[in-house]
Write a protein that binds this ligand. Structure first.
Ligand SMILES: [Zn+2]
Length: 192
């Protein structure tokens, strides 16, 4: 008998038809082991919280009664040659995203993008969209990111001091742009 074969956790209940992206190992997974709330059992899975055990990495994910997942999928990428402070901030952005704190994640990601643009000699006190324009025009990021620029222009949510609520989808796009920027500035230049 080994632990993996018979499950790492004890006294779990059988569950099926729940799929999610594990925030620990990034696998799309459909567990069979879970801890079920009474409400989940009474409503036959209609409502009610569960703790799902990932069959791949054995880590527990809490799914609340409205099927909101904690931690959410992990969007942090392994980027080489990041200075420690930048790495720390990038982790905070992704950690905030993983607990659905989109507005905080979005503001911090925007701030990081603007700071990098200023380090690359962009003028101060510009709008967020103007910093992104600068990064695209100066070819700090690949040309392909121009599409993304059009998207932020449409979005209108431009200034960091405008604290309007951010959606998950919009925040994920900003974090993806930040990832491209970090790779271009630190990883790519660090490899040369
Ligand atoms: Zn996992």
């Amino acid at each position: 008998m080994n632990d993996m074969e018979y499950g790492y956790w004890t006294d779990t209940r059988y569950i099926e038809n729940v799929k999610y992206e594990c925030g620990y190992c990034n696998a799309l997974t459909a567990p069979q082991d879970a801890y079920l709330s009474k409400e989940y059992i009474l409503t036959q899975g209609g409502l009610g919280a569960v703790i799902l055990i990932c069959p791949g990495c054995q880590s527990p994910t809490y799914m609340d009664r409205h099927k909101i997942q904690y931690p959410a999928k992990n969007i942090m990428k392994d980027i080489k040659h990041l200075p420690a402070d930048v790495q720390g901030l990038y982790k905070e952005v992704c950690d905030s995203f993983s607990v659905h704190a989109y507005t905080g994640a979005s503001i911090l990601a925007r701030k990081m993008i603007m700071n990098i643009a200023m380090e690359k000699q962009a003028e101060k006190n510009k709008k967020f969209v103007e910093y992104v324009e600068f990064l695209v025009e100066e070819a700090v990021v690949p040309k392909s990111t121009k599409k993304w620029l059009d998207l932020i222009r449409k979005n209108g949510n431009e200034a960091a001091h405008e604290t309007q609520k951010s959606s998950g989808e919009e925040t994920e796009k900003i974090i993806n742009f930040l990832e491209i920027l970090l790779r271009s500035v630190y990883e790519f230049e660090g490899e040369i």
